[in-house]
Design a binder for this molecule. Structure first.
Ligand SMILES: [Zn+2]
Length: 375
């Protein structure tokens, strides 16, 4: 049972104009996959909204009521803005805030349920890793990965590995499980020295109390390409496997690590992104797959289409057919840097990968992590 949890409803649950997340994402992916002939209707599980009980596994009731109330009027009280960080430029009031988050979070629970029934599922709307129990943060309102982790705990899982490949550090996830030895958090991301969330995601943050040694950050320099990213991922996974044998893992697949993404300084090709996915699966078996950040809609649709091909066991077609090209061309999105030729994105599905060896800086980081975790 290989399933994509999704819905075309997201089309009408967008962020406000000028927000990086105003773009079509899940609906575009579904339309693109259909046009490419890469998905059958019966492979799609229609997303459902999260229940109150599921939301309360992680979030506070007062925060949920503030989101719900703000959704009703599409407005925000000053005290809510201050207390919950909603109604800001970063986390605006829009249909995405409450309705979209409910759907994305319900979908993550659905993906977990498929996994518990012995199947495999991908929820591309998930992976909103910045939301705190009672505070919006980094475009995220409801933390569906954390709800999923809590859901797994409730189902009796004692050792849960959370792997985050988004270009940004999963600050809220780290904080929530920092003193917890039943959840190992591994995150590869742009160093907070130069990227959001700036305050956390450093290598020395390894957990506290019982959770000490169960939080690994791999903060990487600007301009990371496939070869050194895969080196860092393989080495960090090897360390994790030496100290933690998970019952289950959740993989967050933010596509803002791709070279086309204008909100990050990473330079991965989608072939490198796919190899990262393959590497995790080869080393750990099947997991629960969630989306994440990603602000270039075309890059995102191509990369997640590749992930779906792998999950569903399909051959990867080399060319993008004319119907699918029309789907991509119909997206209302202006290239941030018009000088870069991106026409390849509309012709081919899979990029060429580069095998550049790791820089000394990245090798030294891995040595440091080995010393922190294994000695
Ligand atoms: Zn991100």
């Amino acid at each position: 049972m290989k399933k994509l949890v999704g819905s075309l409803k997201y089309r009408n649950l967008r962020y406000t104009q000028n927000h990086p997340l105003r773009i079509p994402r899940v609906s575009l992916l579904i339309e693109f996959l259909k046009a490419m002939g890469l998905i059958e209707e019966q492979e799609i599980i229609q997303s459902r909204e999260a229940t109150e009980e599921e939301l309360l596994l992680y979030h506070t009731e007062d925060y949920l009521r503030a989101l719900e109330e703000s959704d009703r009027c599409m407005c925000v009280k000053d005290r809510y803005r201050e207390k919950y960080n909603i109604g800001t430029y970063e986390n605006p009031v829009s249909p995405a805030m409450w309705r979209g988050s409910l759907l994305a979070t319900g979908s993550s629970v659905q993906a977990v349920e498929v996994f518990l029934e012995g199947g495999v599922a991908f929820n591309p709307a998930g992976g909103m890793h910045h939301a705190y129990p009672s505070r919006a943060n980094g475009f995220c309102f409801i933390n569906d990965p954390a709800v999923s982790i809590e859901f797994l705990k409730k189902k009796g899982f004692k050792k849960i590995l959370y792997i985050d490949l988004d270009a940004h550090h999963c600050d809220a996830i780290q904080e929530s499980y920092y003193q917890d030895d039943s959840v190992f958090v591994l995150s590869l991301h742009q160093s907070p020295e130069y990227a959001f969330p700036f305050k956390s995601g450093f290598a020395h943050e390894i957990g506290r109390g019982r959770g000490k040694g169960y939080n690994m950050n791999v903060p990487l320099p600007k301009g990371i390409k496939d070869g050194e990213y895969l080196y860092a991922l393989e080495e960090s996974l090897k360390i994790v496997k030496e100290i933690f044998s998970p019952d289950v893992y959740i993989l967050q697949l933010g596509t803002d690590s791709l070279k086309e993404d204008y909100l990050s300084k990473f330079e991965l090709s989608n072939a490198g992104f796919l190899k990262a996915f393959d590497m995790v699966r080869d080393m750990l078996g099947e997991g629960i797959y969630l989306g994440g950040g990603g602000y270039h809609p075309i890059a995102l649709a191509r990369a997640w289409a590749l992930i779906w091909c792998r999950i569903s066991g399909r051959e990867i077609p080399s060319k993008i057919n004319s119907e699918a090209r029309q789907v991509l061309l119909s997206v209302n999105f202006e290239e941030f840097d018009e000088d870069i030729d991106r026409t390849y994105m509309y012709d081919y599905l899979l990029d060429r990968s580069d095998g550049e060896p790791p820089r000394g800086e990245v090798k030294r980081l891995i040595e440091r992590l080995k010393a922190l975790f294994l000695l």
